[in-house]
Design a protein around this ligand. Structure first.
Ligand SMILES: [Zn+2]
Ligand SMILES: [Zn+2]
Length: 260
């Protein structure tokens, strides 16, 4: 029997990670593993096929912690460093799987990813050493199939940047957003499990606050919602105590069964 589909939260921290370097705030100094958050990324497992969403700077650590041995495809939500800077570590999966890895991004994200990592994507062979073997395919809002999964992308606003949210079956991942346009809310209708951006309580130009995220939850009414991209101001247990039923903070290592 094939394994059920599931999501593993590899990291749910904001761009600095929690603790942030040099930070002396209580959550950064906390020993509680729930207050330690790597840079944001998830893995969607479907049988023996693995779809990785983003390759942040903590990818190596995340892959080691979870015994990750294959990546069949990568979806890039956008080009920000906290979602891309671990890209070089994809080469180990090329070694293990002996094939290149298809990656997907919006055209505007793909352009910047190609420029930032030109040694990977340029045909000019000045680079001496092993580099990842990747294809970077540009996608819009049309569904596409990869790693045995149908991925339904949707657009989100991230302080002036277009970010890709994805829906896979009854699950959706919506990190790095300051608002979700009506056409994307339509795609999210009926979602059972949602992982949603909620940086902190105070307003921010490119992320949802807890209050704003709760407004979205109220409209979509998923069975379970987990907030991600959370910063050092959100103590895990204290924040959860004040969230409504069915909503809680994600944590690194959280595993969710989904239906594809
Ligand atoms: Zn981010
Ligand atoms: Zn971002």
């Amino acid at each position: 029997m094939s394994k059920p589909a599931r999501v593993v939260v590899l990291g749910c921290g904001t761009s600095t990670g929690v603790p942030a370097i040099g930070c002396l705030d209580p959550v950064c100094l906390s020993d509680d593993p729930r207050n330690k958050r790597l840079r944001p990324s998830i893995l969607i497992e479907n049988g023996d096929s693995n779809l990785l969403v983003d390759t942040g700077p903590d990818l190596r650590q995340q892959a080691l912690q979870h015994g990750l041995r294959r990546v069949d495809a990568v979806v890039y939500t956008h080009y920000h460093a906290d979602h891309t800077n671990g890209i070089d570590d994809l080469r180990v999966f090329n070694f293990i799987m002996k094939k290149s890895i298809p990656c997907y991004a919006h055209p505007e994200s793909a352009k910047i990813i190609r420029a930032n990592f030109s040694y990977i994507f340029s045909d000019e062979n000045h680079y001496v050493g092993f580099k990842p073997r990747l294809t970077l395919e540009e996608v819009g809002t049309e569904p596409f199939e990869t790693g045995g999964m149908k991925v339904r992308p949707f657009d989100m606003e991230h302080g002036g940047i277009r970010v890709m949210g994805i829906r896979v079956g009854d699950f959706a991942y919506a990190t790095d957003c300051s608002s979700i346009p009506p056409e994307s809310m339509e795609i999210l209708k009926g979602v059972r499990v949602l992982i949603l951006d909620a940086l902190r309580h105070r307003e921010h130009p490119s992320h949802l606050t807890i209050k704003q995220a709760l407004e979205i939850v109220d409209r979509l009414k998923p069975e379970k919602t987990y907030f991600t991209h959370t910063n050092y101001e959100l103590e895990f247990h204290e924040t959860n105590r004040n969230l409504p039923k069915g909503v809680e903070l994600a944590y690194d290592g959280l595993t969710l069964d989904i239906r594809i």
